[in-house]
Design a protein around this ligand. Sequence first.
Ligand SMILES: [Zn+2]
Length: 504
Amino acid sequence: MGDRDYYLADDENSARIRDAYKVYVNKLFTLGGYSEEEAAKAAETVIGLETEIAKVSVDRATRRDVHKNYNKMTVKNFTSKYDFIDWNIFFKETGISKSTELNAAQVTFFDGLTKLLKNVSFEDQKEYLVFKLLNSASNYLSEDFVNANFEYFGKAVQGREELQPLWKRSLAVVNRSLADAFGQLYVEKYFPASSKDKMIEMVANLQTALGERIAALDWMSDETKAKAHEKLGTFIVKVGYPDTWMDYSTLDIRNDSYWANICRVNRFGHEDMMKDEGQPVDRTEWGMSPQTVNAYYNPTTNEICFPAAILQPPFFNPNADDAVNYGGIGVVIGHEMTHGFDDQGREFDKDGNMANWWTEADAAAFKERTDILVEQFNQIVILPAKDGQPALMADGALSLGENIADQGGLRVAYTALQNTFEANGEPEPIDGFTAAQRFYLSYATIWGQNIRDEEAARLTKVDVHSLGKNRVNATLRNVASFYEAFDITDGAMFLPEEERVVIW
Ligand SMILES: [Zn+2]
């Protein structure tokens, strides 16, 4: 259904989504050739089984806990303990052959699933797999399948009113399936070398600024600071596009059927992934394609990555002044760097290994501060109370890492901007806005969005990022230089100094 809670929560929105899901599952079986009676029975079986699986699944906030998700086992122990399927066949078919150990991640899930599946008949398990296949194929089959998929995932879950035009959907599939081939064309056309040079300069300035901020922290000991500096100094920085492109020459695209091509693309992607089994970590690999408007930090390689496509307005504008670019892409750079030191990132060392480099007192001081941030966001109303239903509140625990990164990103980018002013002098106001004001206006511009209530509710449940509005309005309440820039001393966004929290 999109989230474990939809199966289990008793609020009205979850009940509405469950009703729509029942219609969807039923429809797919009917379109797949089942009689109405068979479809109704199969739908009941599938949703019943999925609900039982939901009950033993771990919620999203817990899945962010790196310790609870690290359970290393030998393959031998794993397969004998969780014997609900024939793992030998599974490993053989998926191409896993060299591993002797694995991370079982959420063992409570496997415990639950092992018990659960012993009481589910073979026939019911087959019905479940038939649905999984129909569901994953639905967007690549005839229009009635596509429409059924949209009725549920688009309309009911996201509140969307119409399907995207065919050309956009087609483009999205090619973009996903041939990401690197597409990326190569994109980079040739839209990514000048000057953008890369400017980014490398900004990343270096942000790195210096974060180092200065770490040195000045009043809640961290010198011992932990030394480790933090070390980690910051060894970030792998990726900008624009990878050094080597994926070779698609063995991917077979034919004129037979759309779905068959999608299957071949999926197999190609799977086999490419399996080549890494038993190999050392490849630190040159990219986690996003160059034509993606996004960026990431990866804790297990200690890398920050900025694909070419994020280097355009509103994030980056070669014709705008530093204040605008530091408030845009500068904050994004600072955000990704801060992920290396958020509640998850701080659990990994400079080499990307999960290891504790904190003194006990520093870890406690960090948690004391992040708890305040969790509570601040828990107080935010996403959708007000209506018709006897309670208000929907933001999830401070689920969004903690992103909220730490947003705040850190703002502070680090602002510090870096001040450093450039110290070197080159502060620029004059433009259109009546000071440099500090242009910095914050640029930040706010990035996160402007139109959003329906259904999508706001869905994102609050599934997305680790806060809604755009709160990434701006809620985060800036903690930032003193924002108040100074606009001379704010009271009002809806004002937070007294003793209630603010500064982490990085
Ligand atoms: Zn982030």
